[in-house]
Design a protein around this ligand. Structure first.
Ligand code: XLS
Ligand code: NI
Ligand code: NI
Length: 436
């Protein structure tokens, strides 16, 4: 069998003092942290699209990265060799999960029927590879945004024929995700939004999207697919406005369309910042509402205003994220999927290893820091103390729904001006730095 990453052996944990760039300094899969192994907590996944299909193209030029498997011959031979390379990479890196779009693993043919046959062929191979490499599918998804037919969206397209095409594609993608034992299925609405409101019936498009998602739930039940459905928010890009703008927006959409019990969210760090939020904000919003499902772990760039999908390396960010995730009970079906791409100058296969090793180490450190924070309980105690007024007296009565405006007026007339307390932000930021 052809080797696509020759000279690279399985990446080992060598500890914080190691200077070997191809070793983990912090991620030690079997090490226990807060009651579970690091592998069980972090549930790392490699994404197929950026890692194996991305070639570094940007709006100013085509790809710069040459991958050997792209010389394998016909489109389907390339697809097979890419899969081979992917599983070699997964094993050498030591991750347990992967994610893909239907069109990443098998190229589209002239008709839907032919395309589906191609998918079946690759899925069969993928199933064997999963078994032989001990890999699991974190989630599958559909690419209903690259082909020109989807230029005006998929489920929000003004044309019912395009809506039907998208539905057929999602139907098949859900079937193959089920076939591969996928833990979930993601909807990222690539072009579900608008470029101009001058040609857009916003209400109708959103209603169609709601209907589409309900059809997905119905079909999931019909085929007995037990995986979790996720929506992945993103505010803009490629469209001017994407309907799944942020966690709050998706939550409202799910509730309006009777989908709240059937979906969770897949939060991507770079999408949070594009929406003008922090990654932590989006995680906390989901945890507060019981809808955190999975994470697309990446980062943006402070000076670039688009979805640069860089590998996460900022320990403060990973610490805060893992602190939230642990407090939220940790991942069940979800995990940390590296929806991230190497830069267009990172043209060597080994760069894929450097990228993932660094990101996995960054989250491993984040996990360990977060576990220490929770063990010490300093932040939890501080927050509890700040809200302690609600545990008794008038606060408790408000929370229990026993007091109204009249009781609150009586309380205020009696007690006069409220006592004020410092928010202690600077002190808290200093304490956080002690953990980072
Ligand atoms: C693009 C999205 C995409 C989804 C999967 O910005 O992050 O990669 O994760 O369709
Ligand atoms: Ni993503
Ligand atoms: Ni993205």
């Amino acid at each position: 069998m052809k080797e696509y990453f020759p000279g690279i052996t399985k990446i080992a944990y060598e500890g914080p003092d190691s200077r070997n760039p191809l070793a983990f300094k912090h991620y030690n899969a079997d090490e226990e942290v807060a009651g579970k192994t690091m592998a069980e907590h972090l549930r790392f996944a490699v994404c197929y699209w950026h890692t194996f299909k991305g070639l570094g193209g940007d709006p100013f030029g085509p790809g710069t990265i040459l991958r050997e498997y792209n010389n394998a011959g016909s489109e389907m031979e390339i697809a097979e060799q890419t899969l081979l390379a992917a599983f070699e990479f997964f094993s050498k890196l030591g991750v347990g999960f992967w994610c893909f779009h239907d069109r990443d693993i098998a190229p589209e043919a002239d008709t839907l029927a032919e395309t589906n046959k191609r998918l079946d062929h690759i899925v069969k191979l993928a199933k064997d590879f999963q078994d032989s490499h001990g890999m699991k599918l974190l989630w599958g998804t559909t690419n209903a945004f690259s082909h020109r037919r989807f230029m005006a969206g998929a489920a929000t397209n003004p044309s019912p024929a395009v809506f039907a095409y998208a539905a057929s594609q999602v139907k098949k993608a859900m079937e193959i995700t089920h076939e591969l034992g996928g833990g979930g299925y993601v909807f990222w609405g690539g072009r579900e939004g608008y470029d101009t409101l001058l040609n857009t019936d916003l209400k109708r498009e959103l209603d169609h999207l709601g209907r589409f998602m309900n059809m997905a739930v119905e079909y999931k039940k019909e085929i007995g697919f037990g995986g979790q459905l996720y929506i992945e928010p993103k505010p803009r890009e490629p469209t001017k406005h994407q309907y799944d703008f942020d966690a709050g927006n998706c939550h409202a959409f799910l509730q309006k369309h009777g989908l709240a019990g059937d979906f969770k969210l897949n939060i991507e760090a770079n999408h949070a910042t594009l929406a003008g939020h922090t990654f932590l904000h989006e995680l906390e919003y989901c945890i507060a509402n019981g809808i955190l499902g999975s994470v697309d772990a990446n980062r943006g760039d402070l000076l670039l205003g688009w979805d640069t999908d860089q590998f996460p390396t900022d320990i403060r960010e990973t610490t805060l994220a893992m602190h939230a995730i642990l407090r939220g009970g940790g991942f069940t079906t979800g995990g940390l999927n590296f929806d991230a791409k190497v830069r267009r100058q990172s043209i060597d296969p080994v760069d894929l290893f450097h990228a993932h090793i660094g990101a996995m180490d960054a989250f491993a450190r984040g996990l360990k820091n977060a576990a220490r924070m929770i063990e010490d309980g300093f932040f939890e105690a501080h927050v509890a103390e700040r809200y302690a007024g609600w545990d008794k007296g008038i606060g408790a009565e408000v929370e229990a729904g026993k007091a109204g405006f009249k009781e609150l007026e009586t309380y205020t007339l009696k007690h006069g001006e409220p006592e004020l307390h410092s928010g202690r932000q600077e002190m808290l930021e200093n304490v956080l730095n002690q953990y980072v």
